[in-house]
Ligand binder design. Structure first.
Ligand SMILES: Cc1cc2nc3c(=O)[nH]c(=O)nc-3n(C[C@H](O)[C@H](O)[C@H](O)COP(=O)(O)OP(=O)(O)OC[C@H]3O[C@@H](n4cnc5c(N)ncnc54)[C@H](O)[C@@H]3O)c2cc1C
Length: 557
């Protein structure tokens, strides 16, 4: 045998690959995320850290991460009828879906903001939702809607008395049965119709009053209704006085099924573990929430909360993508060096890590705004405008950033067995539902118009970091000029909101994150014109940024 063929044989250990990273698993999603810990701490949610740490450990286990893969590979199936032709209208989920729902509910991802009276309860809950999102986005949809429905239910004391104990329960029961045997309850929402989504005033679904106790029947059709196996839904329908908001349960008070017909499931780009359906209501029993004609205002309470979760969720997905890409580069070599040691890759990794921290920091700052809005009108005004601003920007940036994270894994990143294709498919939905990008920007203008103090309150928060970075100071003056110009504001809405979002993220980072993060954000995003990731200017401390973002191993195992 020649020397050449001996070498060849030694290089090939058939059935084994070299230079491939181990799976990123068995690490604590909370304990190894310094950016999240900082954001929780500065926004007042650190009292729940022990819980978040335990939850982060559960979620980071290989078996839990695998539940996310399994629930998305085995998509829900709709059974419209039984074998005899009777309507069933039941969606069958893989057991992994139910396991993830149980983990989410038992860990209070749907309830902590309401069950804890401590300051920072929204922040603490948002951190849990952020962590859970990293394992599976689909189950976060019903968990978010169940969290978000609470303020709308509170509008009607009798409805709140009946439903809140079930909504806030930590018991997950997947059976399709009525109360009282079923104790917990999940909620969905059905607003969108074929002829109008953003413009819900175009809704044709109508309500007929049954009596003076608030009971109605609802007839109509909804074009999108996610998680249709929820126990009840907030539904918009026309009344004699305009649109009303209704609680429509799957089971009527006498325990029989409402004629809630699931016509088909949507074949979606991503968000695969979750079912999204088209439904018809055939004289379904429902109860009104608030007054006829006040439906949009009353469901908006729920929508405001789901918008917060869109921002939190996109930040969570981005964190998972960045963790995967950092991990990959710590193990994979090319051209004689680990990828993580290649200067251009360091630039890209650090740039994505900054984006991820900026998203996390702003999402949790918004959550703090919800906490403070309970007692402060100024906080309420800030949160109204900042949530639309943050939802627009965080959800949009995450789409680009996740695609870069996928590219960092090279060919592996495009293959389903890495989680990146799933994250890439999942992430755009947060930008579309609960008010798409333009709708968010128009909502910022609406807030400016309706509450004149909005701009001042938002600018006050932004300007509290003035003096910390000269690029930032210059940029803030630029934002103020942009706002002073009131011509063609609707046409310029994205431009205005993008600048506001950047200024807000910069301000939050300069005040709360380490200086090497805040300065790198300002020096790369505010005055520089580069638009792809991996374009940090020289002088940025990539080592510190990468070390801060690197996902660690489980602390005790
Ligand atoms: C996976 C998935 C699940 C969903 N689940 C639910 C659910 O459970 N319940 C529910 O009610 N809905 C649900 N939706 C619907 C979703 O909320 C709507 O699709 C979304 O609000 C947009 O409405 P639309 O599709 O009717 O688009 P349109 O309202 O027609 O909007 C189309 C585009 O026009 C833009 N636009 C609208 N108005 C203006 C304007 N004045 N100026 C400039 N641009 C404008 C929008 O930003 C958007 O980009 C779901 C959607 C998806 C994708």
């Amino acid at each position: 045998m020649s020397l050449h063929s001996t070498l060849k044989t030694a290089e090939f250990a058939f059935g084994q690959s070299s230079n491939q990273p181990p799976i990123l698993e068995n690490y604590n999603l909370f304990a190894s995320d310094a950016a999240l810990q900082t954001a929780v701490e500065v926004n007042g949610g650190a009292w729940n850290n022990e819980h978040a740490r335990k939850f982060g450990e559960i979620l980071g286990k290989g078996e839990t991460l695998e539940l996310g893969n399994t629930a998305n590979a085995n998509t829900p199936v709709l059974n419209t009828h039984d074998r005899f032709g009777n309507r069933l209208d039941a969606v069958e989920y893989h057991p992994a879906y139910h396991a993830l729902m149980r983990i989410g509910i038992e860990n209070e991802t749907h309830s902590l903001s309401w069950t804890s009276e401590k300051n920072g309860a929204y922040v603490a809950r948002s951190a849990l939702a952020f962590l859970k999102q990293q394992v599976d986005e689909g189950t976060n949809c019903p968990l978010t809607m169940t969290f978000a429905v609470v303020p709308s239910l509170q509008i009607e004391p009798e409805i709140a008395r009946e439903w809140l104990p079930r909504v806030l329960s930590n018991e997950y029961d997947p059976r399709f049965i009525p109360a009282p045997e079923k104790r917990g309850a999940t909620f969905g929402m059905a607003m969108t119709e074929p002829q109008g989504g953003s413009d819900v005033r175009a809704n044709l679904t109508f309500a007929v009053k049954l009596n003076e106790t608030g009971a109605y029947t609802i007839t109509g059709r909804k074009w999108f209704c996610s998680a249709p196996m929820c126990d009840a839904f907030l539904v918009l329908a026309q009344t004699a006085k305009g649109i009303g908001c209704f609680l429509l349960p799957r089971f009527k008070p006498d325990g029989t099924k409402n004629a809630f017909y699931i016509q088909r499931l949507k074949d979606k780009l991503g968000n695969k573990s979750n079912a999204s359906s088209e439904v018809e209501f055939h004289e379904c029993y429902a109860n009104i929430i608030g007054e006829e004609g006040r439906g949009v205002a009353n469901i908006m309470e729920m929508v405001r909360h789901t918008r917060l979760d869109c921002a939190v969720g996109s930040a969570g997905t981005l964190r998972r993508a960045v963790a995967e890409s950092l991990h990959h580069c710590a193990y994979r070599s090319a051209f004689g060096k680990l990828l993580i040691d290649q200067p251009l890759m360091r630039n890209l990794l650090a740039d994505l890590a900054i984006e991820s921290e900026a998203a996390t920091a702003l999402a949790l700052r918004l959550a703090k705004g919800f906490d403070e809005s309970k007692t402060s009108n100024e906080a309420r005004i800030f949160t109204r405008i900042a949530t639309a601003t943050g939802k627009f920007w965080i959800c949009k940036r995450a789409v680009f950033a996740v695609s870069e994270a996928m590219e960092i894994l090279g060919g592996n990143g495009y293959v389903e067995t890495s989680v990146l294709p799933r994250l890439y498919r999942d992430v755009p939905v947060n930008s579309i539902w609960e008010g798409s990008g333009n709708v968010q920007c128009l909502d910022v203008l609406r807030a400016m118009h309706k509450e004149k103090e909005s701009v001042e309150v938002l600018l006050n928060e932004i300007k509290s970091a003035v003096g910390a970075n000269s690029d930032f100071d210059f940029f803030v003056r630029n934002v103020e000029d942009e706002l002073r110009d009131t011509d063609n504001l609707e046409f310029r809405a994205r431009r205005v909101v993008e600048k506001l979002a950047l200024a807000l993220q910069a301000s939050v980072l300069l005040r709360n994150a380490p200086a090497f993060i805040g300065d790198a954000f300002c020096n790369s995003r505010l005055l520089d014109n580069c638009s792809s990731f991996g374009t940090l200017p020289t002088g940025v401390d990539t080592e510190k940024i990468i070390n801060r973002a690197m996902p660690g191993k489980m602390e005790n195992g």
